[in-house]
Design a protein around this ligand. Structure first.
Ligand code: NDP
Length: 460
């Protein structure tokens, strides 16, 4: 409640004190979770003007509540390799917030997975999912299982064991997982099959990112990468620019990267480089996407193989050095914290004009400050990569209605969602006194939707 006779400055101070106090509390409660603390810090920095304007959110303890997951499930995943040896991995599902709908967010299989990474991803998902305007809450899951070098049968046995435990906590109206790093339509297919076997039915809406031949949505595979490029296109348009004729560097060569590359090329850009965790390739005439798709999607090979077929291209075995390539637009689409302050300064020195975060939290806070200082066009992950979850929500709708939209219909809806997200970020940034700052805009616009629902739903 606004106190009687409270001045603007009093309200500002109260908001700053509140944000500071809650952040200190979170640090104390989660001392070793550096990625989670980084993600909360970024949001908190944006929300001061919101609490100044809406003291009722302080009275409702929204910040304390929104930063504590509703539930975290941690479980053992035992599985047997092809030689009969038993392995044990750790499984996670963070069910962070369900005020806007069933928990929704991907599953990641990567050796780096831990509580902090799961929590930061699920936390970011709250605001991202809210920005899409669709009725979806937020979650994230995964395991420290490393799919690299595993046989198809080993992947199947692991995912079946993983979902056998997780199945009791998910469902089309409670929690709907999808893919992420290391989890594509093959893994989703195994999880979906095992889930249905355990439940004794066919619950199409329990997973998204399914193969379109088996209940998935057309256009889902492309959605995150395409959506990122659509978002950057909006930023460029506002500045009187476009992708045509621009030089682009994209990190990674997985799901998000591949389709960001494809869309950037379709819009007339030349993509000079992409990477995997081993290194990057640079092809000054523009990379050949068919080769990348075949190597990565069909043959499951390393990106270094590219130069065998394209002798004019070069391979460098340090993936982080990809940002030293001069470019107009940088699309980090691989993983968290891949652009640090040094990389950001190199990009600026080389004349970069726009950054679009296809991956989750790919820029460190220090890198973001550098881009902000230089007024570089910056599309933050929560907004720029929301196209994937937006089409996942469309997959849920199609599954409920038991029908399929055409790829054109899905793409048209995706473009509308990305434009709407861009406009809400721009409007929120303007309304709260930071015109043009899309980081503030995305955090504020996403937060307002969830905060209002949390107030409406009462204390929980
Ligand atoms: P994939 O597993 O399909 O691809 C990840 C790619 O990044 C691989 O090429 C991988 O290489 C590479 N990579 C991993 N670590 C590094 C590193 N340190 N440096 C360079 N490359 C690296 O994952 P996705 O494309 O699905 O996800 C990528 C990012 O996008 C993640 O941050 C994810 O959370 C985010 N995201 C994904 C969505 C989706 O719909 N899939 C939706 C929204 C966000 P290697 O094969 O060597 O490991």
């Amino acid at each position: 409640m606004t106190k009687l006779n409270e001045t603007h400055n009093d309200r500002k101070k109260r908001a700053n004190d509140y944000v500071h106090e809650v952040y200190e509390l979170i640090k104390k409660r989660n001392p070793d979770e550096k990625e989670f603390l980084q993600a909360t810090r970024e949001i908190f920095d944006s929300l001061r003007p919101v609490f100044s304007k809406h003291p009722d959110y302080i009275a409702n303890g929204i910040l304390e509540r929104i930063t504590e997951p509703e539930r975290i499930i941690i479980f053992r995943v035992a599985w047997e390799d092809d030689q009969g040896k038993v392995h044990v991995n750790r499984g996670f599902r963070v069910q962070f917030n369900s005020d806007l709908g069933p928990y929704k967010g991907g599953i990641r299989f990567h050796p780096s997975v831990n509580s902090s990474i799961m929590k930061f991803l699920a936390f970011e998902q709250i605001f991202k999912n809210a920005l899409t305007g669709q009725p979806i809450g937020a979650g994230k899951g995964g395991s420290d299982f490393d799919p690299k070098g595993k046989s198809d049968r080993e992947i199947m046995r692991f995912t079946q064991s993983f979902i056998t435990e997780l199945s009791r906590y998910i469902g089309p109206d409670t929690d709907v997982p999808a893919g992420d790093i290391g989890v594509g339509k093959r893994e989703i297919g195994y999880m979906f099959g095992q889930y249905n076997r355990l439940k004794g039915g066919y619950e199409a809406g329990v997973f998204t990112g399914k193969d379109p031949k088996h209940g998935g949505s057309l256009g889902r595979k492309e959605a995150t990468g395409y959506g990122t490029v659509y978002f950057v296109e909006e930023m460029l348009k506002e500045a009187g620019l476009s992708f045509a004729g621009k030089k682009v560097v994209v990190s990674g060569s997985g799901n998000v990267s591949t389709y960001a590359i494809e869309k950037a090329m379709q819009l007339g850009a030349t993509v000079l480089a992409c990477s995997d965790s081993g290194g990057y390739i640079y092809d000054e005439d523009g990379i050949d996407l068919d080769t990348i798709k075949r190597l990565k999607e069909v043959e499951n090979k390393r990106i270094s193989e590219y130069v065998k077929e394209h002798p004019g291209a070069k391979y460098y075995d340090d993936c982080s050095a990809i940002w030293s390539i001069p470019c107009d637009i940088a699309l980090p689409c691989a993983t968290q914290n891949e652009i640090d302050e040094i990389a950001a300064r190199i990009l600026i020195a080389n004349g970069v004009i726009a950054i679009g975060e296809g991956a989750n939290m790919p820029c460190t806070l220090e890198a973001m400050a550098v881009f902000h200082e230089h007024k570089t066009l910056f599309g933050p992950a929560k907004a720029a990569n929301a196209g994937g979850v937006a089409v996942s929500a469309m997959e849920m709708s199609q599954n409920s209605m038991r029908l399929s939209w055409t790829v054109e219909e899905v793409d048209e809806r995706l473009q509308t969602v990305m434009k709407n997200i861009y406009t809400s970020c721009l409007d929120a940034a303007e309304e709260y006194g930071h015109p043009g700052n899309l980081v503030m805009g995305a955090n504020i616009a996403g937060f307002l939707k969830v905060a209002d629902a949390m107030v409406a739903h009462g204390l929980s």
